[in-house]
Design a protein. Structure first.
Length: 275
């Protein structure tokens, strides 16, 4: 597999998708995705929270381990959850190390620009590859005043450019740009030598990432503008489960072909023993 940096050098786009468990990771890996992100979005997609704030290190390690077992060729990136890298350098290193050692991730991702440059430097100095994440950073949703496009006015756009430079200089090998105007994301992509991976950041980014439940139609609630739905897996699952329930209720499942046999002779002896 080409390294992620080589993709940018060769002008080849990078595909990334979230994954949170073994069987899904295996399917996505077989389909040829370059990077699997064990996003802390699992708090919402898998655990049913309203945002990513409650996600713990224990949750992240548990899911990362499962994804790592399913990934044969894709690079596995694990999100550092809220408050796992904000308190001290030693805590940051300990938590990044746990995602690698216990979760078996290949890299970690953390949210923030210049304000987390020190943490990115410390983690990369410990030989742990880091993906940065700027723009809309869901762990700061309350500070940002909601899930909104970032960098729309000049001042905010300049801050994003500074954040992008800061995370590259700190040693990140790639950066996720979330909900950033497409032309600004294009400018950041031109400016950086590391790849940009966009989500709601237009086509000029070096790669794209989506939350898989969004692109497979497994969430019936809000669908962000930037999501392209590739399949109605939620609909397929609902129909299949409804058909199963009906079969069970009517006694039509299991059929003979789903059942195991025993010899007539043995049954006769057992029946005889009951009389
Ligand atoms: O947690 C996540 O799924 C993410 C993506 C939205 C990039 O960080």
């Amino acid at each position: 597999m080409l390294t992620i940096r080589e993709h940018k050098q060769n002008g080849e786009k990078i595909s990334m998708l979230t994954a949170y468990d073994f069987s899904t990771a295996r399917i996505f890996d077989e389909a040829g995705v370059d990077m699997l992100l064990v996003g802390d979005s699992l708090g919402m997609t898998m655990l049913g929270y309203e945002d990513t704030i409650p996600v713990t290190m224990k949750d992240m390690i548990h899911h990362t381990r499962a994804v790592s077992r399913g990934a044969k060729q894709a690079m596995v990136v694990a999100d550092m959850p809220f408050m796992s890298y904000q308190t001290s350098e030693s805590e940051t290193l300990r938590n990044a190390g746990r995602l690698m050692k216990e979760g078996r991730a290949h890299a970690v991702k953390l949210e923030g620009g210049a304000v987390v440059a020190k943490q990115i430097r410390a983690i990369t100095d410990a030989s742990i590859p880091v993906v940065a994440h700027i723009g809309l950073t869901p762990q700061s949703v309350h500070a940002l005043g909601g899930f909104k496009v970032q960098g729309k006015d000049e001042e905010a756009a300049r801050r994003l450019l500074e954040d992008a430079r800061a995370v590259e200089q700190a040693g990140a090998f790639a950066v996720v740009l979330e909900c950033v105007p497409a032309r600004l994301a294009g400018l950041i992509t031109e400016m950086l030598s590391i790849p940009t991976i966009g989500i709601g950041a237009g086509a000029a980014c070096d790669g794209q990432v989506l939350v898989y439940q969004d692109m497979l139609g497994m969430f019936s609630g809000f669908k962000p503008k930037f999501v392209k739905q590739y399949a109605d897996v939620g609909g397929v699952m609902r129909d299949a489960v409804a058909a199963y329930c009906e079969d069970v209720r009517k006694g039509e499942f299991p059929g003979e072909e789903h059942s195991f046999t025993i010899s007539e002779e043995t049954m006769a002896k057992l029946r005889g023993g009951l009389q």
